[in-house]
Design a protein around this ligand. Structure first.
Ligand SMILES: Nc1ncnc2c1ncn2[C@@H]1O[C@H](COP(=O)(O)OP(=O)(O)OP(=O)(O)O)[C@@H](O)[C@H]1O
Length: 293
């Protein structure tokens, strides 16, 4: 499904401009919406999910006017919000069955088949009769995907799904998402660069309610080719001096030392080595450019 977002703006009553004339086109497969906390991702996702209205702008989903034909959109949509509430005492099986009823799946045979399939697909079959309150973070998120997949949606929105998962659970969750994305459009909203790197053929970076970059991770990396440099230094003072003199993109602690990554057309100073650009460089460089402008 193709989602076309045009000129979307939203100012909250407290004056925060969460979306500023934002336009974005999202095609099939998995689309990564990458941005820092407060960028406006959740506002955008809730708006696409028909849960809140913008002040202005339009959204079209394969010709459906998302802001007007909300019921038509809801039939096509699966949504895993950032805060996903469940009845903790219910089992996954009972909760999913209950949600299937709410989704309008009235035939009990169809409902049972669908719920069973989803529990197996999300690897929750063994634990299906356990109370949701006993689930780990990863299991809860997989349950969240199961409920988002009820009634065969064509568009799935997942908002910050991997935050707080341990590496093994995160891996399992990302594999599950990628297996789904073969058949439907998935929008993955996240502040975790690696989620996008691992999964998304297309992405956008958003910050302060604006799109900073739209494209494929590969194209964005190409634009930085030969321009990323790295040096490891020992003290905060050295980092500070570099930040004043050079375009420092990021600093990381590696074994107690600081790895400083700098963007420059040629070697910025003595001791720097050329490094492969990674998606995190793309991300930080775009955020830094926005601050400058
Ligand atoms: N209901 C609201 N009332 C007032 N301000 C809000 C409301 N919801 C969000 N905001 C503000 O709008 C901005 C965008 O928030 P939003 O939740 O959309 O961003 P986000 O990219 O999803 O960030 P996060 O990952 O922190 O949720 C933030 O400054 C936030 O504080």
């Amino acid at each position: 499904m193709a989602l076309t977002i045009t000129g979307l703006s939203k100012t909250y009553p407290n004056g925060v401009k969460a979306l500023k004339n934002l336009s974005l086109t999202i095609g099939n497969n998995m689309f990564g919406l990458l941005g820092p906390n407060g960028a406006g991702k959740s506002t955008l996702m809730r708006t696409v999910a028909t849960l809140q209205d913008p002040d202005s702008g339009t959204i079209s989903l394969d010709g459906i006017d998302v802001l007007k034909e909300k019921n038509a959109v809801r039939k096509l949509l699966g949504y895993l919000p950032q805060e996903f509430g469940v009845y903790p005492k219910l089992s996954a099986l009972d909760m999913l069955t209950h949600l299937a009823v709410l989704k309008g799946i009235s035939s009990s045979t169809e409902r049972r088949d669908m719920v069973d399939t989803l529990l197996r697909q999300t690897n929750l079959w063994e634990a299906r009769k356990k109370a949701l309150s006993t689930y780990s973070g990863g299991m809860k998120q997989r349950f969240g995907i199961a409920q988002a997949l009820l009634a065969n949606p064509k568009l799935i929105i997942v908002d910050e799904p991997t935050a707080g998962l341990d590496p093994a659970e995160r891996n399992r969750f990302l594999n599950l998402l990628s297996s789904i994305a073969n058949n439907v459009t998935v929008i993955l909203s996240t502040h975790i660069v690696d989620d996008v790197r691992e999964l998304c053929p297309r992405m956008a970076i958003i910050s302060n309610g604006e799109v900073l970059l739209e494209g494929s991770p590969a194209e964005s990396l190409d634009a930085l080719k030969g321009r990323m440099w790295s040096k490891v230094v020992a003290t905060d003072q050295e980092v500070l001096e570099m930040e004043q003199a050079l375009q420092v993109i990021s600093t990381h602690l590696v074994g107690g030392l600081h790895e400083v990554r700098v963007y420059a057309d040629s070697s910025p100073a003595e001791g720097f080595r050329a490094v492969e650009s990674d998606l995190e460089d793309v991300y930080f460089l775009n955020l830094a450019r926005q601050v400058k402008n």
